[in-house]
Ligand binder design. Sequence first.
Ligand code: C2O
Ligand code: CU
Length: 469
Amino acid sequence: MSLSRRHFIQLSALGLVAGPTLVSASQQSETGLKGEPGVRRLKLALKPEKRHWFAPLGEPVGLWAFDRDQLRLRQGEPVEIEVENQLPEPSSVHWHGLRIDNAMDGVSGLTQAPIAPGGRFVYRFTPRDAGTYWAHSHHKTYEQLARGLYLPLIVEEPEPVAVNRDLVLTLDDWRLNDARQFDAASLGAMHDWAHGGRTGNLLTVNRQLKPRFNVKGGERVRLRLLNTANARIMALRLPDLPSWIWAKDGQPLATPKAHSGPLLLAPAERYDLVIDLPAQEQGSLAVQLETDGAPIDLAYLQLDGHIEQGPRDDPRPLPANPLAQLGDGPADHSVQLDMTGGAMGRLRQAVYGDQTLSVRELVQQKQIWAFNGVVNMPEMPLLEVRSGDLVEVEMLNNTRWPHSMHLHGQHFQSDLTRYHPGLWHDTVVMAPGEQTRIRFRAGNPGSWLLHCHMIEHQAAGMVSWIRVL
Ligand code: C2O
Ligand code: CU
């Protein structure tokens, strides 16, 4: 079973008419203040933002944002991040993919109270794993993520890795209305919630239209790709160059895997690639999105000059992160997760809170998807396990829609054949009718969500949790 092209929803002309914005890769401005020895203190604000996507025509587009382009932390270095909420709504910050204390996981209503407008919350943690992660709102996520409340989060290896350049490409789509403003009126539209989620009509990379990243011929580049869209699965077409997959969802491959052809990136998934640029002085290499029709340019690697570079060896693996191995033994816990519901699904009724409701009643509650016949955050966890236990979840996509399944706070392996064997994931995409067994060693104690990251599906019922004791 494959993810057919009809799941890559057509774009309106809106994204295609806008000209390129000539801005290079995001630069990191560190505002870390030195505090007590060993702890790095940072401040982050959640605030309104204006994007001049259509300048000089039209008004800037009003969005929400973190007050920086990306966050770089160091593996093993404790941080204290004071988040100030300058938005008119409560919010919270989830550190997607980081294995940290549960109290710092940022899930409003589960691990913390939301941060009130004007309020602050201090997140304290030490990133155990290097790699490519992201931070995003975990409060009314379907709205706040759509408005732009996300931030690429890079955890640097203690020693620099052997590349000439490190580029982060954060892919997103936005839904704008006819006035070319953020389409707030369609937030929460039941049609999106019951179908493939909210897809947009304007594509950006690092919140820019068709940005150009300055590179030099002959360079070896680390390309960090991240899909922050609410629901759009993206099939990327990368420049046809020697390329390797170096890491998935932050976790390095034991052996880098040569890559060619399209790269599928579902909501919340990340890949780190190594690519070797041709030894030419000038030129422009496009990163494209595949569609039913002609591919769409998303961004360009703009060659300007070159470096002297002889033949290279294949890249060495990134240093491994301290993940507990799964081993070959039997699982300590094994459970099924039957995913049902949605448009054209077979859901007749489901448990919501302490009642069993018919589909009609569920829809009145804006609930339409179920895990094991239960919609939304159930009282009881899917599983209760001990830290260190080997856990197996057999996920069955008994719906007509793909789903991007995400587990908080642990990395797992999956037997889905669309992925290279041995990859670690915090998110995997499942096609309609597909099933997969995921396996992980339970990590830190606490309550960890398991949900679809096509975030309207989460809002409409596709969320459960596991308790680690
Ligand atoms: Cu990206 Cu529940 O998270
Ligand atoms: Cu889903």
